[in-house]
Write a protein that binds this ligand. Sequence first.
Ligand code: C2O
Ligand code: CU
Ligand code: CU
Length: 484
Amino acid sequence: MRRRNLLAGLIGGTFLVTTGAACGTVDTVGKVAFTRPLLIPPLAPSHLDDQGRRVFTLHARAGHRDFGLGGLTPTWGYEGDYLGPTLRARRGERVMVNVVNNLDEPTSVHWHGMHLPARMDGGPHQTVRPGATWSPTWTVDQPATTLWYHPHPHGQTREHLNRGLAGLFVLDDDDPAQQRLPHDYGVDDIPVIVQDKSVGNGEFRDKNSGDVLLVNGTYGPYLDVVTERVRLRLLNASVSRTYAFGLADERPVALVGTDGGLLAAPATMERIRLSPGERAEIIVPVRAGERAVLRSFPPAGDGGRGFDGGKDQFDVLELRPAATLRKGPDLPDRFAPIPRLDEAAAVATRQFRLSGTNINGEKMDLDRIDAVVTKGTTEVWEVRNEDGQRHNFHVHDAQFQVLTVDGGRPPAELRGWKDTVFLPPGSEIRIILRFADYTDPNLPYMFHCHLLMHEDDGMMGQFVVVEPGQAPGRVPRGAGHDHG
Ligand code: C2O
Ligand code: CU
Ligand code: CU
């Protein structure tokens, strides 16, 4: 039944089909009426202060939005009702973000993928009280890429994200390759923030997965395309769902960037698998006047069991190319080589066993420092999923490189900079990280599973970066609850 369903057409939305599988399989392929123009998060305004810092402001607040989901949905957002504006800064710039909490409970804002001092990181130790303002400041010092920001309050990340708090943080640099890629924001360079929602009575239910997709907060989105190639900055900002994005007609796309920057060369891909928190930049070729659909295919990597949404598929976004398209520069066949971190130089190898909602048999303790790493050193972290369920692994502060996947060479999509990796059941991934600077013996960074129900349930640990020879300190009591 690929034909558009009449009912779906009438309500302008998604018609859901449940099969006999254990928890129900979601399949919206061919059933999404693409009736709404894709919303593009506005670029956040900023100004330079007297110290030359680029200053942004994010008010977190409650609101309402009519998504077309059966009424006004209560939401949270930054500078608006749902999601937040796209922050954008250039490598070398000093930035400051005034985070104003206009909610009636504490929250925090974490800069996912950003290399910055621990006290600016926005994790569970930097919560912002209602009515308070927190103003972290740091110097952007990493390659151009697509990062994002989201709340990180202890045990409540899922709830805060699900209500709508998230946004992109796009970094720019002077790499000439960026000029050879589509880079006109909102025209041929398009943010694609994908979230699944469970909706009841017009409200977002606090569920791990849903059967309705929102893209940038748009339900049933289409995008008018005016150029021969369009760059999509894909972000999986879902609670726990893993997607495998590709074009419905199986035409390949070019993967050009992953979490922490451009790959060494574009990789031709039919599917881009993204677990929660991961990003990918892809270049999609379109043909004049021919509509194309970005789809999420059943993601591999659940051992074929079909649970955790392993058999689900979605129509995500319709691309509507104009009758005549603007040409752009040809896609380069390579970018700058990625300097490889040297395994022989590693001073430590650590193991992280993921099981249930524990890491190495333990749950997150805000007062416990799980790992002490020394500034200026390189480490190898071996992460193993010992479960029958999916996990992923995210590290704050440092973009890392993947050394091996189940003992073998990583696939193309894992050969660039990453801050989050997917771990199918039973898999092992070895990563290499360099802790270049920013020491603080007391305030930790986090590492955790980014499936938010696992994270909130304690599947997280903490590490501090210290000076050579320095002893770790103590996490300050009630750290973060005093900002104001
Ligand atoms: Cu996306 Cu610890 O965060
Ligand atoms: Cu993070
Ligand atoms: Cu997990």
